[in-house]
Design a protein. Structure first.
Length: 407
């Protein structure tokens, strides 16, 4: 706390002090009486008002000390002591839970002590000085005992400010709770938006990787196959160049489709027939492909057709890039429960291993093809299994794609 935060409290305390000193100077006292108790009362009220906001617990404790000394010494009651209502308000508004409870108990306790210890003539003298003599007449309709007037006045001076402070305390706490909730909701919405953007970015990266990687692998294979054509085989060369152009055009269309989908535009989904076109595209690159299909093909939701298309596309890309050109690529599709896609290609012999041993592969260092396929399949409830067989050296990728979307 800085002096700036104490400035309003110091100003209020100074005002109470001036009013108290003025009252002390106007109260008639006997020549033998000292005015110092009245001055000290004014100073005490000013101090209590100054402490009621920042140190309400201390203000409550000092209030009890002051009141006890006033009762014990028989000091005259002053109008300025109505400022105790500020202390009651401060303890309920800014006090700790313990201070709030103690202040609630202090109000009826103070009333009991006042009724027991304060003499009636002192009470009436204070009412006259405060201009509250009418209160006595109003309360006399209920009882002729002065304690009734004391109880009503005590509730007005202490009870009402305390209830007002408590109501304001809960009101501010509710506003803070709403503000905290709004801030938490804003942070949650921001986090969800960031997660959505990152997911879209990752999806875009996977799509572009699959499309561009597959088309470049096919184009590269076709270009390499053209090197082995006879110089006089212009027909074969033209056919190869036509295949390269077709692959590049298809890749460009796929990239445009991916970007249009990311921008929010509607893009046509890949159909089951596109799986056959992928196989034919690899054949056109000069690779031998043995394709088989078991079971009856079934219609799939567009989002699952896209997953099947992209997964097979990446499988064939890996087969072209890492497989041996002198061995065929085997592609199998099984329509039994889920769509099971299996692509197997020959590879160069790896480290020595036992006959028939298989090694599961989780990821390829420096690449994202397997991770991209696994992410796509996991998102729709599918799975991926990639293994390297040693006898004979083969690389097998198997994907299970559900035929129905998850609820």
């Amino acid at each position: 706390m800085t002096w700036r935060s104490w400035a309003p409290d110091a100003g209020a305390a100074a005002g109470v002090l001036l009013l108290g000193l003025y009252e002390a100077s106007t109260i008639g006292t006997e020549p033998t009486d000292s005015a110092w108790p009245l001055v000290l009362t004014a100073v005490a009220m000013a101090a209590l008002v100054g402490l009621s906001r920042h140190l309400p617990g201390l203000a409550l404790a000092l209030t009890w000390v002051f009141c006890a000394l006033q009762v014990a010494t028989g000091t005259q009651l002053m109008v300025i002591e109505l400022a105790l209502g500020v202390v009651a308000f401060g303890t309920a508004r800014w006090g700790s839970p313990t201070t709030v409870v103690l202040s609630a108990v202090s109000i009826p306790a103070a009333a009991v002590i006042a009724v027991v210890w304060i003499a009636p003539d002192v009470f009436y003298t204070a009412l006259d000085a405060a201009g509250f003599r009418t209160l006595v007449y109003q309360t006399s309709h209920f009882s002729d005992r002065w304690q009734v007037s004391a109880a009503v006045l005590g509730m007005a001076v202490l009870g009402v400010p305390w209830l007002a402070g408590l109501a304001l305390r809960f009101s501010v706490r509710e506003q803070q709770s709403r503000a905290s909730q709004s801030a938490a909701e804003a942070e949650r919405d921001q986090a969800e938006e960031i997660a959505r953007l990152r997911a879209e970015q990752a999806q875009l990266a996977r799509d572009v990787h699959d499309v561009v990687g597959h088309s470049l692998a096919v184009i590269l294979a076709q270009a390499e196959s053209a090197q082995y054509l006879d110089d006089a085989d212009t027909t074969g060369l033209k056919r190869t160049m036509e295949n390269i152009a077709t692959s590049a055009r298809t890749s460009l269309d796929d990239v445009r489709q991916v970007l249009a989908t990311t921008a929010g535009a509607a893009a046509p989904a890949a159909r089951h027939a596109d799986l056959d076109s992928l196989v034919e595209g690899v054949r056109a690159s000069g690779n031998e492909v043995l394709s088989s299909e078991v079971g009856t093909p079934q219609p799939m939701p567009p989002e699952l057709e896209v997953v099947a298309f992209r997964v097979l596309q990446e499988m064939l890309t890996n087969a072209i890039k890492h497989g041996r050109r002198d061995q065929p690529v085997r592609v199998e599709r099984h329509w039994e429960g889920d769509l099971r896609i299996e692509v197997e290609n020959g590879v160069d012999p790896g480290p020595a291993a036992g006959s028939g041993e298989t090694q599961p592969i989780q990821a390829v260092p420096g690449g994202q093809g397997l991770e991209g396929m696994r992410s796509r399949l996991t998102a729709v409830g599918g799975r991926l299994d990639v293994r390297r067989r040693t006898d004979p050296p083969r690389f097998t990728a198997t994907a299970w794609v559900p035929l129905r979307s998850r609820p």
